[in-house]
Design a protein around this ligand. Structure first.
Ligand code: AMP
Ligand code: GLY
Length: 421
């Protein structure tokens, strides 16, 4: 099979790494990819949000299967375009991708499916939103409606902060994403990420993880795309997992099918768990980054078979083979991230890193210059290890981190603390 993966981050490096282990994969192209991905697959320049361009590329390169990494091409209808052209694709339609692209849409689906989530109200009018906030307790959560690259969520501790956030959003600081605003009750509890596959009908859980969203140790400082993750997440006990499937995931998938927009792909279910009861924080219509890196390390080659089962609507015959193991990934970022940071600093020590089924340095934002690796983004590496215990996976991952020579980079030293404390 000839396979095309769309995307350029650590998530896509780990997808490529897992897919390549499957003997069904003859040729792998990643577009646009990055310097780490280029070590294991062909990289191609392509506008991955242009469905016509992607379909044309697939045709020219005799691609049998396309795996879409990030949400933007999905929201732009790239999967629809490929399916129309007769190319098998892993990823939901634009209509189904609304589960991530519009928070108001997701809230309406939760209402229809009776899925537990934070109480909310939806506004397109600044004055009405202000009046609502003034009648609510704090903390309170203010969200720009559309895709805002993870920056459209403000957890306001005071009324003043909430009103300022509304001023920013209605003032256009998030562009079109801010002209509609969702205001939510603040949920207490512990967060976890739950990943399921769905082929439109059948739902198959494929793992749990916990991300570390804040930039600083002990979960302090500003939010980021994610500074590290581990899998499994102990808070996702078998009971919590079952409750999440029964009360949130299956009713949502059934509602999507009932509306004539069945969901096909991976659904990233962000949960808040309090006293054993999960509530929905958000859906994403793709794998998480860096959650994908730990899931791929644990699942390996079978991921390709599972993705094909999704695309072909035969997930009811598929099963996941789990090892009783743990994976952990530490993100190394450029100093300054998630604020301003420099690109171009040289990263040493990457050529001597182990690369096996238990240890991989996935590249998130690197380029190759004069034969050396340089930083080319905010999040740059995802240093990942798998072991029988989480403690051991953590130890191995930090040993690898310590053998990387990159003075301009930093990482959190406490990835895994919630599960290990
Ligand atoms: P989102 O972009 O919806 O994932 O929100 C980003 C982060 O904000 C989440 O991962 C949570 O940590 C936090 N968050 C979002 N909504 C809520 C809520 N209603 N209550 C508490 N925390 C929330
Ligand atoms: N790590 C969180 C996300 O991918 O959205």
């Amino acid at each position: 099979m000839n396979i095309l993966i769309l995307g350029s981050g650590g998530r896509e490096h780990s997808l490529a790494w897992a897919v390549l282990q499957n003997p069904k994969c003859d040729r792998l192209i990643v577009a646009p990819g990055n310097a780490g991905i280029a070590e294991i697959a062909d990289c191609a320049r392509l506008d991955i949000e242009d469905g016509g361009a992607v379909a044309g590329f697939a045709d020219e390169n005799a691609i049998d299967f396309v795996i879409v990494g990030p949400e933007a091409p999905l929201a732009a209808g790239v999967a629809d375009r490929l399916r129309d052209a007769g190319v098998a694709v892993f990823g939901p339609s634009a209509a189904a991708a609304q589960l991530e692209a519009s928070k108001a849409f997701t809230k309406a689906i939760c209402d229809a499916a009776d899925a537990p989530t934070a109480a909310y109200a939806h506004f397109t009018d600044h004055a009405a939103a202000r009046a609502y906030v003034q009648a609510q307790p704090t903390p309170i959560v203010i969200k720009a409606d559309g895709l805002a690259a993870g920056k459209g969520v403000i957890i306001a501790q005071s009324q003043d902060e909430a009103l300022a956030a509304l001023g920013d959003m209605f003032g256009g600081s998030f562009g079109a994403a801010g002209t509609e605003v969702v205001i939510e009750e603040f949920m207490e509890g512990e967060e976890a990420s739950f990943f399921v596959l769905c082929d439109g009908e059948t739902v198959l859980p494929i793992g749990t993880a916990q991300d570390h969203k804040r930039v600083g140790e002990g979960d302090t400082g500003p939010n980021t795309g994610g500074m590290g993750a581990y899998s499994p997440a102990p808070v996702m006990t078998p009971e919590v997992t079952q409750t999440a499937l029964d009360t949130i995931v299956r009713p949502t998938m059934a509602e999507m099918a009932r509306r004539g927009t069945p969901y096909q792909g991976v659904l990233f279910v962000g949960l808040m768990i309090q006293n054993g009861v999960p509530r929905l924080v958000e859906y994403n219509v793709r794998f998480g980054d860096p959650e994908c890196q730990v899931l791929m390390m644990r699942l390996g080659a079978q991921v390709l078979d599972l993705m094909q089962a999704v695309a072909e609507g035969r997930l009811d015959q598929a099963q996941v083979n789990w090892a009783d193991d743990h994976a952990l990934t530490v993100v190394m970022a450029a100093r300054g991230y998630p604020g301003r940071y420099e690109k171009g600093s040289v990263i040493g020590g990457l050529d001597n890193q182990p690369q096996d089924s238990h240890r991989m340095v996935f590249h998130a934002g690197t380029a190759r210059r004069d034969g050396r690796y340089v930083a080319n983004g905010g999040r740059v590496l995802a240093v990942t290890a798998r072991a029988e215990s989480l403690k051991e996976a953590q130890k191995t991952a930090y040993e690898m981190v310590d053998s990387i020579d990159w003075p301009e980079g930093f990482c959190r030293r406490d990835i895994g603390w919630r599960a290990l404390d």
